[in-house]
Design a protein around this ligand. Structure first.
Ligand code: NAP
Length: 308
């Protein structure tokens, strides 16, 4: 099969399309013919070896042999192991690929179930939302699960106020919609070019980060969510109402099997929809990574891996 290997850390030129073996299928595995993946910021950070810890996990001084990036995918089940009960050939699915990555390829093999509570590390598969394209669906798992677990941790409920900082990015656009689903009142911080978008997604108030010093604003919030990891946690305490909670993307509780199904239900119920900024062919993955590296994408960037 065709796959994009990460052969060098650093610039996107380290991504190279090669011919590799189709992954093997064990009893508990689902083999997915990948239709789309995302150019996720996590993939770009592994490619850039940022942070340095990446090298300890994926290879020092260069990426391990045949490292295929790709944190999330959508596609069609093309084979199942003998022990698989929840999926059959032909099912349309979306998935988090886990620590094994592997989404920038024509096929991926993921376990249907993991017994020891580390499902998100080994991959997590669910039926694809029927109302999304493969490209849209491929951008959902990682960011939506991150926001969902963050909000569950914060105990977000109806009527609470939340400031979402970095509201126009991947996490931010999902966060606005999930916060509204839980009934929270959203203040979105982004640049003014994205005001219309974040209002459409459900923000009641908007603040332009390019012209406003957020730490000097008057309002106080039950939750401050730094979706882009750019705020100073200590300084954020002055933005919190009494008992308020600061959140960023570190230290989320474990993802469980039902989480992705829950997200699918929200999408099919039209409570949640991915924002797609650009779509690239897998062959143009370097260009896609360059765009993500620039740090100004709106929502998500998808990769078309294979056509029907
Ligand atoms: N996405 C995930 O699933 C995920 C999961 C775990 C952790 N993380 C981490 O969370 C962070 C955000 O990820 P992401 O995927 O949401 O990023 P992203 O989509 O690449 O974020 C891009 C957005 O951030 C906005 N932005 C850039 N600088 C800003 C600033 N100083 N203040 C406010 N907004 C700013 C940009 O708006 P402008 O164009 O207007 O500047 C752009 O719309 C990253 O550090 C990532 O490693 C992400």
């Amino acid at each position: 099969m065709k796959a994009v290997l990460c052969e060098r850390y650093g610039a996107p030129e380290g991504l190279v399309m090669r011919e590799v073996d189709v992954p093997s299928l064990r009893d508990n595995d689902v083999l997915i013919r990948i239709r789309a993946a995302s150019a996720h910021i996590g993939d770009t950070r592994i490619r850039r070896a940022d942070p340095f810890l990446v090298r300890l996990v994926f290879g020092l001084p260069r990426p391990r042999k045949n490292l295929i990036l790709g944190l999330e995918v959508s596609g069609v089940v093309s084979a199942v192991g003998e022990g698989v009960t929840g999926f059959k050939v032909g099912d349309e699915v979306f998935a988090l690929t886990g620590f094994g990555l592997g989404g920038y390829a024509e096929y991926i093999s993921l376990p249907e179930k993991v017994k020891d509570g580390t499902q998100e590390r080994k991959g997590l598969i669910a039926m694809k939302p029927g109302n999304l394209t493969f490209e849209e669906a491929a951008t959902v798992p990682a960011a939506c699960l991150t926001v969902l677990k963050n909000f569950q941790k914060a105990g977000i409920t109806k009527g609470r106020t939340i400031l979402i900082y970095g509201a126009s990015g991947s996490l931010g656009t999902y966060a606005i919609q999930l916060a509204r689903y839980y009934g929270a009142e959203v203040t979105a911080v982004c640049s003014s070019r994205n005001f219309d978008l974040v209002r459409r997604l459900g923000a009641g108030t908007v603040i332009d980060y390019t012209t406003t010093d957020i730490y000097e604003t008057e309002a106080r919030y039950d939750i401050v969510y730094d979706a882009v990891m750019k705020l100073n946690k200590r300084k954020c305490s002055r933005l919190l109402a009494s008992g308020g909670i600061y959140l960023n993307n570190s230290g989320n509780p474990a993802i469980v099997g039902g989480d992705l199904d829950f997200i699918r239900e929200l999408i099919e119920g039209e409570r949640l929809k991915p924002v797609i900024d650009r779509t690239y062919a897998l062959a143009d993955v370097r260009e896609a990574h360059r765009y993500v590296d620039a740090g100004h994408k709106i929502g998500n960037v998808a990769l078309t891996v294979s056509e029907e």
